[in-house]
Write a protein that binds this ligand. Structure first.
Ligand SMILES: N[C@@H](CCC(=O)N[C@@H](CS)C(=O)NCC(=O)O)C(=O)O
Length: 196
């Protein structure tokens, strides 16, 4: 999702090959044996197989509204820190929250409490004074993390709306209603390698 958003924003034409995770095409595994999506193959034959790296690459090609904070700036460091928390500990809590059956030893209420204290409440607090997470202007950070928060919220939307996260909910809604999100959600026919 975040990689697609960045590619759309940067106006980079891509051929999208939607796949079924249960039937990963050989052509994909040849490019990236670790077998996770997304995988991007650039015109220069560079393979980028981490969604965050696809974002960095896309914005380095074209960044019409300066989503990327300047290198070594305070905002850049802040962005990298939050992405680190998002992709590390929060992603782990998200999986535990979404798939409690895979984690029978964990209490869902405790998972929620950890996610709140580590991540959701601090983000909500930032949005007390700003429209977006780094500034009043949208940045790569917002796009890099909103899909994860969307998944967390969608996993139990009734519960999410009861949480004291008014600013974060409003911020999330902005993205869910955006054109960019709708474009990024477009479904494509499943790709199958030609039979050999
Ligand atoms: N750190 C990777 C994680 C990507 C990832 O885990 N993708 C999931 C789908 S959202 C996947 O491909 N899982 C492989 C599988 O389920 O076989 C990234 O952000 O690109």
């Amino acid at each position: 999702m975040r990689a697609r958003c960045a590619l759309i924003y940067a106006q980079i034409g891509v051929e999208i090959r939607e796949i079924e995770l249960r039937f990963k095409p050989k052509s994909m595994l040849q490019l990236s044996p670790k077998g996770t999506v997304p995988v991007l193959l650039t015109e220069n034959q560079l393979v980028i197989d981490q969604s965050i790296d696809i974002m960095y690459w896309a914005l380095a090609q074209h960044d019409p509204e300066q989503w990327m904070p300047e290198k070594d700036s305070f905002q850049r460091l802040q962005m990298e820190d939050w992405i680190g928390i998002n992709d590390g500990p929060f992603k782990q809590l998200l999986d535990q929250y979404k798939y409690p059956e895979r984690f029978p030893d964990l209490a869902k209420t405790e998972v929620l409490e950890s996610a709140m204290n580590l991540y959701l409440l601090p983000l909500n607090q930032i949005l007390e004074n700003k429209t977006f997470l780094l500034d009043d202007k949208l940045s790569m950070l917002d796009i890099a993390i909103f899909p994860f928060i969307r998944q967390f919220a969608a996993s139990d939307s009734k519960k999410f709306h009861e949480l004291p996260l008014k600013n974060l909910s409003k911020w999330l809604n902005y993205f869910i209603l955006s054109d960019l999100f709708h474009k990024a959600m477009t479904k494509y026919p499943l790709w199958r390698d030609a039979e050999k």
